[in-house]
Design a binder for this molecule. Structure first.
Ligand code: 5AD
Ligand code: SF4
Length: 453
């Protein structure tokens, strides 16, 4: 008998990947995914704790689900409710206390235990909590095949973080840095290729810290992300590779060489800097200077001319002055971004920066965020405008908003829409870019060969 599973996902790509994998571990129990919680037998909320209001969002969603669960019960049915992800990891006991109708709470390293937790919930007996932080066990317990669909997929190769930036919850919610063995990654990537995937994004909280214990790089050093990229690029059918998120300290020679030599590796890199002030970077425990960051960007651009840069920024970190913020704007002008994410600093309980004096008033944070986003969006518009008149290879991923329209991605992660037949989804086609819109490009199919700068 098939049962209905609804998973709601907040947060980063790693959570999206985890949600797909949770669906995989539940499939043998007869669960298939549905689009709404209304008539689901099992609802999983996969939560994110990185910025503010995570638990409020969760509890308001749980309130809504409780009503659905009660209505199901009144009709003689049942609904199992599970909370997963980083809020579950950080606040598991509190969730069971405030929402005793929740059946299972599981942290990011425990979702392979879902079937067992669901079975326990079906038998009854109150909410269960699993918040161990051992990543290895999870990956060992995953089924081989992934149920991902579409030509582009995520593959988690590294989890956790040992960097302890003073604002960040990740080292506490995802645990210590862990890299999956290359053979496991290869097996999963081959499985994706067999399912028609042409583009893989290798994921990790600190993906360029990837290292394989005991394995040697062809160059003789330790086996790192550059080696992994070469390995996955060799799989028949895999035509595009990306990776995210990177730390500026871990941009090593092997990865730079991969950018220079592996044509499948797309000319786009997400390299968060967070701030353009050395003083703030030190207080954040980022362990690089602005000059180090710009050097890393320069090396990337030398390795792969035309590479597009993306970043993350935090404004209003405790003690950030106007002068510090001006330094951030200067850095943006100097580095030049194709796109970026920027956030107001949000104090996360339990992190070192949470307890710092000198918190910046919200109005100041808002004004700085506005100024930064104005500059970043100006750069993004200029980057997109420069694409007009160029021909680029576009991986077609799905239907667009209008009939007969498909959307895809340029090598530089820009969304591109064009008129094309639906059966061409999954193809990489040459597209002449004819218009730059605020957040995307419009183009048309062309016979002229594409050139990637
Ligand atoms: N406040 C604001 N932004 C944060 N980020 C992480 N923690 C915080 C926080 N406490 C941002 C960083 C990171 C991105 C994923 O989220 O910019 O790179
Ligand atoms: Fe968080 Fe990234 Fe810093 Fe790790 S490197 S602590 S994940 S911001």
């Amino acid at each position: 008998m098939t049962k209905k599973l609804f998973i709601k996902t907040w947060g980063c790509q790693m959570n999206l990947y985890d949600s797909v994998r949770m669906a995989d571990v539940l499939a043998p129990l007869g669960y298939t995914c549905v689009e709404t919680a209304e008539d689901a037998d099992l609802v999983v909320l996969n939560t994110c704790h990185i910025r503010e209001k995570a638990s409020e969002k969760l509890f308001s969603e749980l309130g809504r689900l409780r009503a659905l669960k009660d209505a199901r019960k009144a009709r003689g049915g049942g609904m199992i409710l599970a909370v997963a992800g980083c809020v579950a990891q950080a606040e598991g006991a509190e969730i069971l206390r405030r929402a005793p109708f929740v059946d299972a709470v599981l942290g990011p390293q425990s979702y392979h235990r879902l079937p067992e937790m669901v079975a326990r919930a079906v038998r009854g007996g109150g909410g269960v909590l699993e918040t161990d932080l051992v990543a290895e066990e999870k990956f060992d317990a995953l089924p081989e095949e992934s149920s991902t669909s579409g030509p582009s997929a995520f593959l988690t190769v590294q989890e956790g973080c040992d960097k302890f930036c003073t604002f960040c919850v990740v080292p506490y919610t995802r645990g210590a840095e862990f890299s999956r063995p290359p053979a496991d990654v290869l097996r999963e990537a081959r499985g994706l290729a067999r399912r028609g995937v042409h583009e893989i994004t290798l994921l990790g909280q600190n993906v360029n810290a990837y290292h394989a214990e005991g394995a040697k790089s062809t160059g003789g050093g330790a086996f790192g992300l550059g080696d992994l990229i070469r390995m996955v690029a060799g799989i028949e059918g895999i035509e595009r590779l990306r990776y995210t998120t990177s730390h500026p300290r871990d941009m090593d020679d092997g990865l730079l060489a991969a950018h220079a030599e592996v044509p499948e590796l797309m000319p786009f890199v997400h390299l968060p800097v967070q701030s353009g002030s050395d003083r703030v970077l030190a207080a954040m425990n980022r362990r690089y200077s602005v000059a180090d960051y710009l050097r890393a960007v320069g090396r990337l651009r030398a390795a792969r001319p035309g590479i597009a840069l993306s970043g993350d920024f935090i404004v209003g970190f405790p003690g950030e002055t106007d002068a510090d913020f001006q330094d951030t704007l200067d850095l943006v002008r100097e580095a030049g971004y194709a796109q970026a994410y920027s956030f107001k600093y949000s104090p996360r309980p339990g992190t070192p920066a949470w307890a710092l004096e000198d918190q910046v008033p919200d109005a100041v944070k808002s004004a700085r965020l506005q100024a930064l986003q104005d500059l970043l969006s100006k750069q993004q518009r200029a980057f997109n405008a420069a694409a007009v008149g160029r021909t680029m290879p576009v991986l077609l991923e799905g239907r667009g908003r209008h009939p007969g329209q498909l959307t895809g991605r340029s090598p530089y992660m820009q969304a591109v829409s064009l008129a094309a037949e639906a059966h061409r989804c999954g193809d990489i086609v040459d597209v002449l870019i004819v218009e730059a819109l605020p957040n995307s490009l419009a183009g048309r199919l062309t016979e002229a060969p594409a050139a990637v700068a």
